[in-house]
Design a protein around this ligand. Structure first.
Ligand code: PAF
Length: 284
């Protein structure tokens, strides 16, 4: 497996790569969820490149940029074990050269709601780094987890509008046996908070149960999701039902009328802010 730390080296390896390149963009601290993205990338491309970069522009000053886990040696072992062909591990100066003026990339319509209300700089940072990675790695396919549902929607929209010739593959969320969605931030959860974190997946399951039982009022379902989260000591940021594609609000739960629906939840569990989602009808 090759490792490139700068763009010149990356482009040298890239020019020698066989067939379609499938990219898995990550911030490292790889877990089983990332491994499932790598597996999917291997199915879709001939050469698999993983990027490891903890992107500072998507963190607000008060967020966990400095303490974000960076187990580089372990991440390399994981990539080798799963047949990754190349790793791109740029430094901050490689991604954001100090002498270059900043460019803004964003999909404001999708980025300003939900996560965007709590983390206004997040999606502009994600769009900018992902657009840069696409231009540097030049993949034909890029795999993203559906756990970051809004991120996936924003990236799909960015790719469409900027006419990147790249297929964006959304991959299903991997969960622990008890339902907790896999996340690099789960390592911060002590036993008690680990139990509380189940409030998110339980709220989503309850929403699904109510909708399957015929509930048509989004407010009723949203209130029940909130109650489940609060009962698990989650400080709720949001617990909502939205249109699966536009992330717009719903007047009624009726996928035949409104198209697909997704339930999205976010909240603080002890020291960690967690997000999760469940598609109630078809997928994005
Ligand atoms: O989902 C992530 O890990 C990050 O947001 C991404 C897409 C790698 C951009 O930094």
């Amino acid at each position: 497996m090759w490792i490139a730390k700068d763009i010149e080296t990356l482009r040298k390896y890239r020019s020698e790569a066989k067939g379609y390149v499938a990219l898995v963009p990550t911030m490292g601290a790889l877990h089983a969820g990332h491994v499932s993205l790598i597996r999917r990338a291997r199915e879709l491309g001939h050469t698999v490149v993983v990027s490891l970069f903890v992107n500072p522009t998507q963190f607000a000053p008060h967020e966990d940029l400095n303490k974000y886990p960076r187990p580089f040696a372990k991440d390399c072992e994981t990539c080798i074990a799963h047949g990754v062909d190349g790793l791109f591990v740029p430094t901050v100066d490689v991604m954001y050269p100090p002498d270059v003026l900043d460019c803004e990339v964003n999909v404001p319509e999708l980025a300003k709601v939900l996560e965007g209300e709590f983390r206004p700089a997040h999606f502009p940072g994600v769009c900018r780094v992902v657009a840069k990675l696409f231009n540097m790695v030049e993949p034909k396919v890029a795999c993203f987890g559906m756990k970051d549902y809004q991120q996936l929607a924003v990236i799909k929209s960015m790719v469409q509008d900027l006419a990147f010739d790249i297929h964006i593959e959304g991959c299903p969320t991997l969960r622990q046996e008890d339902g907790l969605a896999m996340s690099s931030r789960n390592v911060y959860l002590q036993a008690e908070h680990r139990r509380h974190a189940l409030g998110l997946s339980k709220a989503l399951n309850e929403a699904k149960r109510l909708i399957d039982a015929g509930e048509t009022d989004p407010l009723v379902v949203e209130q029940v999701m909130q109650q489940v989260m609060i009962a698990h000591h989650v400080i709720v940021d949001y617990a909502v039902l939205r249109h699966a594609h536009t992330l717009g609000e719903l007047d009624i739960i009726n996928p035949q009328l409104t198209g697909d629906i997704v339930a999205l939840v976010a909240g603080q569990v002890g020291p960690v802010r967690l997000i999760d989602n469940k598609v109630m009808a078809q997928t994005l």
